[in-house]
Design a protein around this ligand. Sequence first.
Ligand SMILES: [Zn+2]
Length: 67
Amino acid sequence: MRFGAIVCPRCKRARGIILTSKTTACPHCGKKFKTRGLKVYYKTDSAKELAAAVGKLNESLHGTGKE
Ligand SMILES: [Zn+2]
C-alpha cells in the first residue's frame, strides 16, 4: 500500500492518506477533497515513515509547539 503526505487545501495542515483512495476528508476542518491533483510531499510504503513525514511537514508549516 502506498501512503502519501498531503496538505489540506483549506486549513493547510498536513496529513497522511492512502494514495489509491480517490477522495479524503480532512480530520481537522472536515473538508472533503479529491486526492488527485494534490501535491504529495512525501510517498512511502511505511505507515511509520508516513507519520514521521506528516509530523515534519506540520512542523515546517506551523512550527513546533502548540497549535
Ligand atoms: Zn483541513
